[in-house]
Design a protein around this ligand. Sequence first.
Ligand code: AMP
Length: 281
Amino acid sequence: MEIIHDVKTLRWYIKQIKLKERTIGFVPTMGALHDGHLRLVQKSILQNDITVSSIFVNPSQFNNRNDFKNYPRETESDISKLEMINCGAVFVPSSDDMYGEQDALNFDFGYLEEIMEGKFRPGHFKGVGLIVAKLFNLVKPDRAYFGKKDLQQIAVIRKLTAELLFDVEIVPVNTVREKDGLAMSSRNKLLSKEDRVHAGALYMALNKAREKLIGGENVNSVKKYVTSLFNADSKIKLEYFEVVQTSNLRNILNIDKNMDVSLCIAGYLGNVRLIDNISLN
Ligand code: AMP
């Protein structure tokens, strides 16, 4: 596996691949890799000649300094994991490589920044958009892989790709979960042992809500039910629970059987922020 630390070497490496007319699959990550990340890489390896992954804890997408500071960093073991599954190359840049003194570009994703993750993490998607645009420009992938765990991120990336005319296919990948249903996340490593026991509650709530909606209960009453699960005694402090149309993330009040619907949830367990979603259909 090629381990590339700077932009110049990456540009040269990508040029060689393009000269040979090989397809490139790309998996951007912030590291502290788990089986969810590796599933993306494996899917890319199956579908492309060369798979490039990146590991970069992107400062511009953190709206909370402590979250950025505490984010797990495990580059050495990440590189070994990627090597083990035969990833073609990994790009591990420094902040100076990715950002100039002061980037002036300011993406605006409109509605997507006003709801759910956008609402609770102001500026987050501007940072995601900026780093993914930079990485797409460098890696020039034919396909790029993103986890459905971050459903709203996929919508943002699709918008970015469409508006900037990136010639890349966005491939969503199913969420990989722990035994108790907790969606794998690098942030799970920050949970205390005691809190970890409670973390499966988000996925349980999503499934109970799904059952109720399928049983015909209306959206507002299901929302009240989920809110009541995370009352003052609950270890998890709920930020939001939303029922949305998967394609555009618009809120839904009445479920139509032909609609693709997603149930999205976020909350804090201690000071660790967890998000998850499942599809209704
Ligand atoms: P991150 O390192 O958290 O920025 O995630 C990098 C990529 O991995 C994103 O596309 C995530 O959506 C995806 N990802 C994170 N967790 C999971 C998971 N449990 N299952 C599938 N994909 C995931």
